[in-house]
Design a protein around this ligand. Structure first.
Ligand code: DQA
Length: 265
């Protein structure tokens, strides 16, 4: 295959240590600031190959070329090498740090929050019973609280029993705690109860309203005796309370696991 790389676009024009730097506008600007105008131009050219219509890049290249034509003196090669060495070093440090953060992210304990039917209509649905917050707002608070507790939370809503059941299966492997408001299915669904019975992680049942102060058919929960704990009647705060409780439960579990491990070794 032919190499279509245009002339003068190599990042390491003198076979130097800039060769493995990713071309970015920031890199070009750094070169500019340091007075390496030919290298800045090369980066802009490389970026323009990828995004030929980006006016900002064209203007930046023109400006650099004008400065080059006015022949601003170029720093000594040894100085160039030092600065490029630093740049390469920074990029490596940033890459390593990002990798570490990603790995740490993966290690965080995870909460799955499942919302049942009609909860997508929160905000518009009987606000005197369920409050005025929308599900999006509640989910945002859930994620924020989980992060404050050093955990991560995924949220899911469905109006379909099967969809809820299949989401519960996902908690079999990928999650440390399940928080569920099965909404109306709370009172009717043997199938959701059966799915929850498969899990060996803590399950927290949440209801916005106090179901025990409402119609008799709501006072029976098919999942209450499968759940580890239940919160009802706290409105949207019930979810953030559940997240904090989940973090405590998971912390205790982790400590128990660690002490069991240390005893066996
Ligand atoms: C609910 C109570 C259920 O009885 C009702 O069907 C819901 C919401 C609650 O959060 O209070 O949809 O689970």
């Amino acid at each position: 295959m032919t190499d279509h790389k245009p002339e003068g676009v190599s990042m390491g024009g003198d076979g130097d240590d800039g060769a493995d730097l990713t071309p970015t506008v920031t890199l070009a600007q750094l070169y500019e600031e340091q007075g390496f105008l030919d290298k800045a131009a090369a980066v802009y050219k490389k970026l323009l190959v990828m995004e030929p219509d980006r006016a900002k890049l064209k203007n930046a290249l023109e400006a650099v070329e004008k400065r080059l034509a006015a022949s601003t003196p170029r720093p000594e090669k040894s100085e160039t090498k030092t600065v490029l060495g630093h740049l390469t070093g920074w990029q490596k440090v940033i890459r390593e740090r990002k990798k570490m953060l990603d790995q740490e992210g993966d290690k965080r304990r995870k909460i799955l929050v499942i919302h049942g039917p009609n909860l997508n209509m929160l905000g518009r649905r009987e606000p005197s019973v369920y409050g005025t917050a929308t599900l999006e707002e509640i989910d945002e608070e859930i994620r924020k609280t989980a992060e404050e507790c050093g955990m991560s939370a995924d949220t899911f809503q469905s109006n379909h029993e099967g969809g809820l059941i299949e989401k519960i299966y996902e908690a079999l492997d990928g999650y440390d705690v399940l928080i569920i408001n099965a909404a109306a299915y709370t009172h009717t669904s043997v199938a959701i109860r059966d799915a929850l019975l498969m899990l060996d992680i803590p399950i927290i049942e949440v209801h916005l309203s106090n179901i025990y102060r409402r119609e008799p058919f709501r006072q029976k929960s098919m999942i209450a005796d499968v759940a580890t704990a239940q919160l009802a009647g706290f409105g949207k705060d019930g979810y953030t309370m559940a997240v904090r409780a989940a973090a405590n439960m998971s912390r205790r579990e982790k400590l128990t696991e660690e002490s069991a491990e240390s005893k066996s070794t």
